[in-house]
Design a protein around this ligand. Structure first.
Ligand code: FES
Length: 203
């Protein structure tokens, strides 16, 4: 076992004595950095474990959305071919950094059945400023209560040329899929920015 040698006398000894406090400081600093680095790994693992249940719940429920963002909105049998459009709520799970809120309304669509297995979907938000349009059966069109835009029932196009809306209602992709309770209507629900002449999905 070696023991530290005393510093020799003279200029060299004076230099080594002056360096000793600096060496001690560097050694302590290195120990602190190493300890902190070793502590970060278990801390990160602990945070991951803490968050894991939320991640698992979110992945398990998946909000009902498939990998392409389609959500089941209703059954085809709820509509009649050539009948009036019907309004349906769109339900999905909402997740923030800490909480998961299952089955929350995230929007609404008007569904219109155009054939045995053909359905069209329109987002209810008016493209002018985002108010919800209503289907008025007596007028046979969609009307916006805010600034009087009106839209055709069958394709959502602007009906009255004086409508302030810069575009027709936003049509959404629809798939009709077989289900245990009958044919199901799945909609790729998206919101689009109001006030633009073309559809720009909300971020
Ligand atoms: S929000 Fe619909 S017309 Fe203005």
């Amino acid at each position: 076992m070696s023991h530290p040698q005393p510093a020799p006398d003279g200029p060299v000894g004076d230099f080594l004595k002056a360096e000793e406090p600096r060496r001690d400081f560097m050694t302590q600093a290195a120990a602190i950095v190493t300890g902190a680095a070793l502590g970060v790994v278990p801390l990160a693992a602990g945070v991951g474990v803490f968050l894991d249940p939320l991640r698992q719940r979110s992945a398990k429920s998946g909000g009902g959305k498939d990998s392409q963002g389609f959500l089941k909105v209703g059954l085809v049998d709820a509509l009649t071919v050539g009948g009036a459009p019907r309004r349906f709520e769109v339900i999905d799970d909402q997740v923030d950094a800490w909480n998961m809120f299952p089955k929350q309304p995230i929007g609404a669509v008007y569904l219109l059945r155009t054939g045995d297995a053909e359905v069209r979907a329109f987002n209810v938000k008016c493209p002018h400023a985002g108010c919800s349009v209503d289907f008025k059966s007596e007028a046979g069109c969609y009307q916006c209560p805010c600034h009087d835009s009106s839209f055709q029932a069958n394709d959502g196009k602007i009906l009255n040329p004086n409508s302030p809306s810069p575009r027709g209602l936003d049509e959404l992709l629809v798939e009709v899929r077989p289900g245990s309770g009958g044919s199901e209507i799945w909609v790729q629900y998206l919101d689009f920015q109001p006030g633009t002449s073309h559809k720009v999905p909300e971020a």
